[in-house]
Design a binder for this molecule. Structure first.
Ligand code: UDP
Length: 319
């Protein structure tokens, strides 16, 4: 990859993941050159194989918890590297802690060294099992630091703290997005999250596994809407956390019924134990994103879910 000084260079950590690969596509469409860094611990080369041979794209296979060195200029660092599914961070708790802490430190160091703007992919998990509903950015959260989810939640909370410290102390142009549940093509069929789980089960005729009584709520945002909000946030001059997500809230039971309706599957529902510290409610207040970024989600639930089902249709049985 060669670049003249006028070309915008973006670095995307976690570039082979679900969100990192969609962000990469958006940045390439905006005319950026993209350097993606990923150790493929949860990322997938299938998400980026359409970029092979693209002269504006370079992939580096590296763990971002190790020192990041890149020659040349960098304009934007988008820090997306992290396991993001509850079963992943239970399986690999220490890499989850390390990428949120040491990985964020390295990504900030790279951005500082290059004079680049920086965006942290943070999470609604910073609110834990929230006592305020819907969640607004000024809510400090209700997180169990030593529970099994603490490895993700606290790593992201540390990541927010260090991102703010680098902004305040070094004057860096940093941004923090708190991402709520997002779905779409390129999620891993077996990543354990409710969207691929229910779609995979419905398409293969297996019972849908509802954890607990299914009264817990989530609010699902289609990936293209999320990426648009994130792009706008990086281009803004706002430096504190901003929620990006879709406020359409539903219970997990209702979500299961919607998947059965849209797929036409005739399968049953099976209840399984609720994971420890599973948040009872989650819904973003997106007033700040509306006001600051002129952003709100556009893709309606049926449209987004149908596109996701189409993506999973030929993956079922081969994953
Ligand atoms: N869930 C479920 N069945 C599954 C997977 C998840 O009922 O097969 C529930 C889970 O307990 C949680 C919600 O769906 O209440 C969303 O879980 P997910 O793993 O997608 O992400 P979370 O929002 O908890 O980070």
């Amino acid at each position: 990859m060669s670049a003249s000084s006028s070309q915008i260079i973006s670095v995307v950590t976690g570039g082979a993941g679900f969100l990192g690969s969609h962000l990469t596509d958006r940045l390439l469409a905006e005319g950026h050159k993209v350097i993606a860094i990923d150790n493929l611990i949860t990322g997938n080369v299938a998400n980026i194989e359409h970029l092979a041979g693209n002269k504006n794209y370079k992939f580096i296979s590296q763990d971002v918890t190790e020192y990041l060195f890149l020659p040349g200029k960098v304009d934007y660092v988008w820090h997306f590297a992290s396991p993001a599914s509850p079963i992943d961070y239970l399986r690999i708790p220490i890499p989850t802690l390390k990428v949120g802490s040491l990985g964020t430190h390295n990504a900030l160091g790279l951005a500082k060294n290059k004079g680049a703007a920086f965006l942290l992919a943070s999470t609604s998990e910073c609110y834990g099992d929230p006592l305020i509903h819907p969640q607004k950015e000024d809510y400090w959260g209700n997180v169990n630091p030593i529970g099994p989810r603490g490895v993700y939640d606290e790593a992201k909370r540390f990541a927010e703290a260090i991102t703010m410290a680098y902004h305040r102390f070094h004057g860096m142009n940093n941004h923090i997005v708190r991402i709520f549940n997002t779905y779409g093509p390129r999620m891993r069929l077996n990543d354990g999250r409710v969207v691929p789980a229910f779609i995979g089960q419905a398409l293969s005729g297996e019972p849908l596994t509802i954890f607990g009584d299914g009264k817990q709520t989530r609010s699902f945002c289609f990936v293209s809407d999320l990426i648009d909000g994130i792009f706008r946030l990086m281009m803004s001059d706002y430096h504190e956390p901003v929620n990006i997500g879709n406020p359409r809230e539903m219970t997990i039971r209702e979500f299961a019924d919607q998947i059965l309706r849209i797929t036409g599957a005739k399968t049953s529902i099976e209840h399984k134990p609720l994971p420890v510290d599973d948040p009872k409610v989650r819904q973003p207040d997106i007033g700040l994103a509306r006001k600051l970024l002129g952003w709100e989600p556009k893709v309606d639930f049926d449209e987004g879910i149908k596109a996701t089902i189409e993506y999973f249709r030929d993956k079922v049985g081969v994953a």
